[in-house]
Design a protein around this ligand. Structure first.
Ligand SMILES: NC(=O)C1=CN([C@@H]2O[C@H](COP(=O)(O)OP(=O)(O)OC[C@H]3O[C@@H](n4cnc5c(N)ncnc54)[C@H](O)[C@@H]3O)[C@@H](O)[C@H]2O)[C@@H](O)CC1
Ligand SMILES: [K+]
Length: 494
């Protein structure tokens, strides 16, 4: 997992690294530029013309180094600057001196149209909204139909807070070493475009002395978080879980959760559903077992939890009287691993006093709207929501999974992890139900809460990527769950 530092910490990190390794700061800049170019050449054919727009700080310095390297690699490159180069940072000036003669630098106004625009105006050093010539430049670039790529950050976007004013609208942002926090906020997605994170070789140990409880997880060393089973393991070892939910007209959700739990490897999956759903579930999922139903169109108001290793409750549940009683019973009488999703979360939102029954074995998986209903607070922006999520998990000693692009996991100890797997094709009905099934399954298999959630959220996103790459826009939640075994196999889990 990669620690996420603030923009201000980045400078000290750099300094520490440079001193620790005995290298010059321009060598680190060269690595950043190289990392950018190594990615760039895989994306952009050599025939495309490129313009690099450089500020005079270190982001601009990166831009100059990128221009030099791309030109050496055969691209036709133009460089435009903004600001006074004489007053540029030391490493900007170094890179200006080493630009080859065939690569003249002119003021940005004199740069001609190109197929690709590289934005190296501001990075983490931005400290106020764009104005004057800077504003004009970014407005001008935003109107161009070219492919737009930002170096480290889209210019104008603050690294750790909400934006004010104009921001470069990138198709891609290549961020160095770790994604800057504001690139993970959904409201900034339209500016950052697709996020690419590239290492510049700063080892973990250099991050240790920096305070941060936020991490970025791209599935590295995933096998470490998975549980090992013996060749002699039997179905009981893989857990007995219950998926509770469904109501008249809403049986599909609980069916998706059930199938997802089976595809994640659960040994025995039971469904607690209303009588109206028994034939639907038994007819469509022969591997699942249905507990004796307690209600006709709504779930029974209680269930036998004896011998159950984990419960997932909420998909398609509805908010009827029985549903609410069942949520209360599960929360107050079952201390085992419990996943609360969808209507179970909405019911908690309607009964805030019940939140005190949450416990260390409980995980809630709201999307943004459900989270708002749960807390009764419409977060001002995503930074506010990040804090609200952290405080909620701490206060109620539970785990909270705030779903969305870069799903945010908050643990009771205050640690927060952004997940990097997933694709836009997962924005489809039922995708969340699949996550509920995956999490319930891992918990039932005896994973710790932390490992179950890290693995569950990652595989959910990865299965979504795999399904999306086959089906594109037509991807269904059931396509996602069918890819869970592939995602597990891909990580070396048999
Ligand atoms: N780990 C690191 O620190 C590394 C940083 N590198 C690059 O360096 C960047 C940071 O460089 P700097 O700290 O020099 O900062 P920037 O290049 O982002 O900004 C330069 C300066 O512009 C001024 N400024 C801020 N907002 C302004 C505004 N709205 N209008 C006019 N001027 C404004 C500030 O004085 C700021 O220091 C990173 O984003 C990255 O691209 C890379 O070279 C690799 C290593
Ligand atoms: K930039």
């Amino acid at each position: 997992m990669q620690k996420i530092l603030s923009g201000n910490q980045v400078k000290s990190l750099d300094q520490k690294y440079i001193e620790g390794e005995g290298i010059h700061s321009y060598q680190l800049m060269e690595r950043a530029a190289m990392a950018f170019c190594d990615w760039f050449v895989t994306m952009v054919p050599e025939e495309r013309s490129v313009s690099v727009y450089c500020g005079t700080g270190n982001n601009g310095g990166d831009g100059l180094a990128i221009a030099r390297i791309l030109s050496q690699r055969g691209y036709s490159v133009a460089v435009g600057h903004i600001g006074d180069p004489e007053k540029g940072s030391t490493d900007f000036q170094h890179n200006l001196r080493v630009l080859p003669e065939k690569l003249p630098v002119s003021t940005w106004k004199n740069v001609t149209e190109s197929d690709v625009l590289i934005d190296a105006v501001f990075g983490v050093g931005i400290n106020r909204p764009l104005e004057g010539d800077y504003l004009k430049l970014i407005q001008y670039l935003n109107e161009k139909p070219a492919l737009k790529i930002s170096v480290d950050m889209p210019s104008g976007l603050p690294s750790d807070g909400p934006l004010e004013g104009e921001v470069f609208r990138a198709d891609y942002t290549v961020s160095f070493q770790f994604p800057k926090l504001s690139l993970l906020a959904p409201e900034h997605a339209a500016y950052a475009g697709k996020l690419i994170v590239r290492s510049i070789g700063i080892g973990r140990s250099y991050f240790d002395s920096f305070e941060s409880n936020r991490f970025f997880f791209s599935g590295e060393n995933l096998i470490r978080y998975h549980k090992k089973f013996l060749p002699s393991s039997h179905k009981g070892d893989f857990g007995r879980v219950v998926l509770a939910g469904g109501s008249y007209g809403k049986m599909g959700s609980i069916g998706l959760s059930t199938r997802a739990a089976l595809r994640t490897g659960s040994g025995l999956v039971f469904c607690h559903i209303p009588a109206c759903g028994v034939e639907i579930i038994q007819g469509s999922i022969p591997e699942a077992m249905v507990l004796p139903p307690g209600g006709e169109h709504e779930v029974g108001d209680r269930m036998d939890t004896e011998g159950i290793d984990a419960i997932g409750i909420g998909p398609g549940l509805g908010k009827g009287e029985n549903a609410a009683k069942l949520v209360y019973q599960v929360l107050s009488h079952y201390a085992g691993p419990t996943v609360l999703d969808a209507d179970a979360i909405n019911i908690l939102g309607d009964n805030p006093a019940w939140l005190n029954s949450l416990h260390a074995n409980a995980v809630l998986t709201p999307h943004l709207k459900e989270f708002e209903r749960l807390t009764g607070i419409a977060g001002k922006n995503h930074f506010h929501r990040m804090d609200l999520a952290r405080d909620f998990a701490r206060k109620y000693s539970c785990t909270l999974v705030l779903k969305g692009a870069f799903t945010l996991i908050s643990f009771p100890d205050g640690q927060q992890v952004f997940n990097n797997s997933g694709s836009l094709h997962m924005a489809t009905g039922g995708s969340g139900d699949v996550l509920t099934g995956i999490l319930t399954s891992f918990l039932g298999q005896g994973y710790s809460m932390k490992n179950a959630v890290l693995c569950g959220v990652f595989h959910h996103g990865h299965a979504g990527e795999l399904a999306g790459s086959c089906r594109g826009r037509g991807t269904l939640a059931s396509d996602i769950l069918e890819k869970i075994p592939d995602s597990l196999l891909h990580s070396g889990i048999e």
